[in-house]
Design a protein around this ligand. Structure first.
Ligand code: SAM
Length: 279
């Protein structure tokens, strides 16, 4: 395995700084720097972009991003124990790495970034999904980010790219595919991480489209989709009963059979249904 920079191997970094993995922080580290450089390349043209990295940990992906030429990386890490290790990386790449010790769910780092902005992260499952939904549902579109390159457990990655008719299809698929292009770009077995998690993982690349695939008011679409999939076993007319007294007429006008279930309704029909409501 060839070195991608002059810094010590990650196992040594972890030993030096006492970074024993903590389950409570979802710490499953990537120690193969060739793999992290490969993931960094999946983020696209980072040479002219600021990259927001959430959860850098001991810095494997951070080093990948910097070695692959990221213009600048802003890294937000909750675990204070990792900060000295990240500072060593900052010293090796002068002026290109800024570090924030904090919780990504609480901190809004947008003001510290210069467009174009890419986001890259290998995060614990709960935090990752929560942040993804926030990034996909901003107040205005196009969003502040240009692309997201995110590691998820494989089952979540499959929900993001799922098509109608599959079990994995739901709210995440609609939100991710309405205004973005989403694809799985890498699959990773548990053994790629230290310590290995129980499940396989996958990297998803999501690129923001300038305009939505189909017109709809965001808040209305989010409400309709949340309701529809909240009771995904029910027929659409029952799941959406509370939304309007004439819901059956609205469904038919949108090309949806009232007896259809949400998991068979495509993006275009969901958007058509959202358009039958006021903002
Ligand atoms: N990026 C590193 C890698 O690939 O080896 C670490 C990945 S590890 C799966 C997740 C990282 O996210 C940990 O370093 C953890 O401390 C950090 N983390 C967990 N929750 C966080 C939060 N709410 N905000 C920022 N970082 C968080």
């Amino acid at each position: 395995m060839s070195a991608i920079d002059s810094l010590p191997p990650l196992r040594e970094v972890i030993a030096t700084h006492g970074l024993t993995a903590r389950k409570s922080l979802g710490q499953n580290f990537l120690l193969d720097l060739n793999l992290t450089a490969k993931i960094a390349r999946m983020a696209g043209d980072i040479g002219t972009a600021d990259v927001l990295e959430i959860g850098p940990g001991p810095g494997g992906l951070t080093r990948g991003l910097l070695a692959e030429g990221a213009r600048r990386v802003l890294a937000v890490e909750k675990d204070a124990r990792c900060i000295p290790a990240l500072k060593d990386i900052a010293a090796a790449y002068p002026g290109r790495l800024d570090i924030i010790n904090g919780d990504a769910l609480e901190i809004d780092a947008t003001a510290l970034l210069t467009p174009p902005i890419k986001i890259a992260a290998n995060l614990p499952y709960n935090v990752g999904t929560e942040l993804l939904v926030r990034w996909l549902t901003p107040a205005t579109w196009p969003p502040f980010w240009d692309s997201l390159t995110l590691m998820f457990q494989r089952e979540v990655a499959e929900r993001i790219v799922a098509q109608p008719g599959s079990k994995a299809y739901g709210r995440l698929a609609v939100l991710a595919q309405w205004r973005s292009d989403a694809q799985i770009v890498l699959q990773l077995p548990p053994g790629a991480f230290t310590p290995p998690p129980k499940v396989s993982s996958a990297v998803v690349h999501i690129k923001a489209r300038k305009t939505p695939r189909f017109e709809a008011a965001p808040k209305v679409l989010e409400r309709v989709v949340a309701r529809a999939f909240n009771q995904r076993r029910k027929m659409m007319r029952a799941a959406l009963k509370g939304l309007a007294p004439d819901i059956e007429d609205r469904l038919i006008a949108s090309g949806i059979q009232p007896t259809d279930r949400a998991e068979t309704v495509g993006l275009e029909q969901f958007c058509a249904l959202a358009r039958t409501f006021d903002d």
